[in-house]
Design a protein around this ligand. Structure first.
Ligand code: ARG
Length: 401
């Protein structure tokens, strides 16, 4: 049986260069390429398939979009996914991509190594390897790009010398990662945090100044934290996210320009387009604010943050993540209701919310009723700030001495 490598294959330059490298330098006779569709552009999938065919690999394309939407994006909504202002698009797709490569590997008669194209500077090496190592601990993992420290021009030269077609379109000056939950643009001139992003980096969102001059109202229905319907129409998570990306993108919603602390401690400048993620998380937070108790909300924010850090690190199988989700999902039992938003020139503003679980009593909150006997409050107000009053008196007395 041939010595076999399973390569997580995007079809891009790095992973394409891996194919001849594995044969020439690592002695693999059989290269199996796995491309996982998590909502990247159709052309990227087609390119990967075409290059795999040209290079004679045993190729698999796995359509994981529905699973990604249901089991990765929806939990991200429930946890209000946010790492430093980033809704975690690339991060949450990596474990699923690794999982699909593992599932293919488990069907093969022989697997001698997993291979990925990650460099040594990024987060993806941690995320992919964690899943592979957890699920198939005995299979070694090779990262040729990290091992060889190749520059981009060396890679292009290596590919050219072997007749591998490389697109040199203007697009390639940016390093882009795209899936259903968002689009990330980095590299090139954007590496200077003081460089203003040019309009050409965006594909999903209109410039807010060119967005429609009339606002668009939008309702999202949640059942136990899961978005179930858009404008009254029930949809599966995949269709709902796709539709929202278009609707909100048209109104210029979801652009993010930020500094991000990578796992190894490196700061990077990141640009994202995440229209559906921003709208869904904004709406979901608004519903939680209506149904959760104050202390519950404060604690949930801490749980969400811990969840986001684990998701950023790709620790999808961590026991802490399971425990956090037990709490998060318990809260979601009451996160049922409808949120109305207004999309307008780059913003998605919540303008109405309703829930059968609202911890809210209009009669109590109103300025206009006798339901609440205000005179009963005087005692509670007197006790307010007692330690602070004692402290103030103490300071005054000591000051006199
Ligand atoms: N910094 C983000 C993350 O680690 C996204 C990286 C996307 N990669 C890219 N080449 N654009 O999750």
């Amino acid at each position: 049986m041939a010595k076999t490598a399973v390569l997580v294959y995007s079809g891009g330059l790095d992973t394409t260069v891996c194919i001849p490298l594995l044969r020439e330098e690592y002695g693999f006779e059989q290269v199996v390429t796995v491309t996982v569709d998590v909502g990247q552009p159709r052309e990227d999938i087609a390119d990967a398939e075409e290059r795999a065919r040209l290079l004679g690999t045993e190729h698999y394309t796995v359509d994981a979009r529905a699973e990604f939407a249901r089991d990765y994006c929806v939990p991200a909504v429930k946890a209000n996914a946010d790492y430093q202002g980033y809704p975690l698009s690339t991060a949450i797709a990596r474990p699923l991509i690794a999982l699909k490569a593992v599932e293919i590997a488990q069907q093969l008669p022989r697997v001698d190594a997993f291979v990925h194209g990650c460099t040594g500077k990024g987060n993806d090496q941690f995320r992919l390897e964690f899943i592979m190592r957890t699920l198939m601990p005995h299979v070694p993992i090779i990262a040729p790009m990290r091992e060889r420290n190749l520059t981009r021009s060396e890679e292009i030269e290596y590919a050219r010398a072997r007749g591998i077609p490389i697109h040199q379109s203007t697009d390639k000056i940016w390093s882009i990662d795209e899936n259903l939950w968002g689009r990330s643009i980095e590299g090139g001139l954007l590496e200077d945090p003081n460089y203003v992003p040019p309009e050409e980096i965006y594909r999903w969102t209109r410039n807010p100044q060119d967005a429609p001059n009339t606002p668009q109202m939008l309702t999202i229905e949640f059942e136990q934290g899961t978005p179930m319907a858009l404008d009254g129409q029930r949809m599966e998570p995949l269709a709902l996210i796709q539709t929202l990306n278009e609707m909100a993108g048209m109104h210029g919603v979801g652009r993010i320009d930020m500094m991000e602390d990578r796992m190894i401690g490196l700061k990077v400048r990141e640009n994202y387009e995440c229209p559906a993620a921003i709208v869904l998380i904004t709406a979901h937070r608004a519903l939680e604010a209506l149904v959760c108790a104050r202390d519950e909300l404060r604690f949930k924010a801490q749980a969400d943050r811990a969840w986001a850090e684990l998701a950023y690190a790709g620790l999808w199988l961590d026991p802490f993540k399971e425990s956090l989700e037990a709490f998060i999902n318990k809260v979601q039992e009451r996160v049922t209701g409808t949120v109305t938003l207004r999309l307008f020139k780059g913003s998605a503003a919540v303008v109405a919310r309703t829930s059968p679980w609202a911890l809210y009593d209009e009669a109590l909150a109103s300025f206009d009723t006798h339901d609440f006997n205000q005179s009963e409050m005087s005692g509670a107000v007197k006790a307010h700030g007692l330690p602070a009053r004692l402290y103030y008196q103490l300071k005054q007395r000591r000051g006199e001495r």
